[in-house]
Design a protein around this ligand. Structure first.
Ligand SMILES: *[C@@H]1O[C@H](CO)[C@@H](O)[C@H](O)[C@H]1NC(C)=O
Ligand SMILES: *[C@@H]1O[C@H](CO)[C@@H](O)[C@H](O)[C@H]1NC(C)=O
Length: 99
């Protein structure tokens, strides 16, 4: 294989890898100021995974949140007596689940 073919191939495989996997912010608890309280990391999606963002509101005030990679993510909103849990999912771009 000629050397001139190598670079396009490398770029192509990088692009394909980029399309398949997504990087998402991962944090088990993000406080009301948007600060990750437990050492945030980054996760990489596998097949069927998406980035998700969970937000918990007390009344109409944002209380805390969490974010990461999730299998078969479905967005939903659940209201209980006083608090609301809202989960959103995204897979368009890496780090799309930021606060
Ligand atoms: C969130 O955490 C940061 C860092 O610990 C802190 O400075 C900030 O006051 C916290 N915000 C709330 C609303 O607790
Ligand atoms: C990406 O998101 C779209 C729309 O939300 C969804 O239809 C599609 O299945 C998702 N892809 C993956 C790999 O989850």
């Amino acid at each position: 294989m000629g050397k001139h073919l190598l670079l396009p191939l490398v770029i192509l495989s990088l692009l394909l890898g980029f399309l398949q996997a997504l990087y998402c912010f991962h944090c088990n608890r993000v406080n009301a100021s948007g600060y990750c309280e437990c050492g945030g990391t980054i996760c990489k999606t596998k097949k069927y995974q998406q980035c998700y963002l969970g937000k918990v509101y007390e009344g109409s005030t944002f209380s805390f949140g969490y974010q990461g990679c999730r299998n078969l993510c479905f967005p939903f909103m659940r209201r209980s007596h006083k608090s609301t849990l809202q989960v959103t999912c995204c897979n368009k771009t890496s780090f799309c689940n930021k606060f």
